[in-house]
Design a protein around this ligand. Structure first.
Ligand code: HEC
Length: 217
């Protein structure tokens, strides 16, 4: 008798006030009100949706979050200007100048994310390759050495040579980004390797970077 009532309530999905469950606790009984179908589907939908979502966005792959995509677009936009700046010289003066140019460091950062994070970790905290945030370096004594290490590699190819894979402009900008990472360590990265080296040269005075004919004449 009560079974029939229960079945009727389940199939119609309409909560009926007079259907009681079979259980009774100290004489207290409860109505049999099934969860609405839409609620159950929503719940099941969430369960199905969550694992792929989690896998896609939280598996550590760079470039999938909105912030990363924004960075990439910004960098692409800057690269447009980049094509107008012509070929940079891979020398000390140019590198020092770009180490202090925030907008170009973003381009360096995106190059770093694409090519270097696998070995040097996010923001250069160190992984297979050394930590690039501290004051200790294995192959670098002067800021200019960063360019040489990038062009020719180091330690018999453990650090690959990038001369043939990146343009000179890219090498200069990613070197500037690497230089800018120095001093950003919060202590959580790979332990220091190599020797402590003197601080980078200070930022050049603004005018020196813009060849202003009036200033010279
Ligand atoms: C295949 C792994 C790998 C990749 C990819 C890689 N590096 Fe390295 N890198 C290393 C290793 C290993 C060393 C340390 C070499 C040594 O032991 O002397 C190193 C050293 C360096 C150094 C010198 C650090 C020091 O302490 O002397 C710099 C700078 C550097 N890498 C920058 C980069 C940049 C920028 C990129 C991307 C364009 C890059 N690396 C990509 C593995 C890598």
């Amino acid at each position: 008798m009560s079974d029939q009532k229960n079945n009727a309530a389940e199939s119609s999905n309409e909560p009926s006030a007079d259907t009681l469950t079979d259980e009774s606790f100290d004489g207290i009984q409860q109505f049999d009100h099934p969860l609405p179908k839409w609620w159950i589907w929503l719940f099941a939908g969430c369960l199905v949706f969550a694992p792929p979502y989690f896998w896609y966005y939280h598996n550590g792959t760079e470039g999938r979050s909105l912030a990363d995509q924004h960075d990439t677009r910004l960098a692409e936009n800057l690269k447009l200007q980049f094509s107008q700046m012509g070929e940079l010289k891979a020398d000390r003066e140019t590198l020092v100048r770009f180490t202090y140019e925030d907008s170009w460091l973003r381009v360096g950062r995106s190059i770093f994310k694409t090519n270097c994070v696998a070995c040097h970790g996010r923001d250069g905290i160190g992984q297979v390759g050394p930590n690039l945030q501290d004051d200790h370096y294995k192959n670098v004594r002067d800021i200019e050495d960063i360019l040489r290490v990038l062009q020719n590699g180091a330690n018999a190819g453990a650090m690959p040579a990038w001369k043939s894979k990146l343009s000179t402009n890219e090498i200069v900008l990613v070197s500037a980004y690497v230089a800018s990472l120095r001093g950003t360590s919060d202590g959580s990265g790979k332990p220091a390797e190599g020797r402590e080296i003197p601080a980078w040269p200070p930022a050049p005075p603004k005018d020196a970077s813009e060849e202003d004919p009036a200033a010279q004449g």
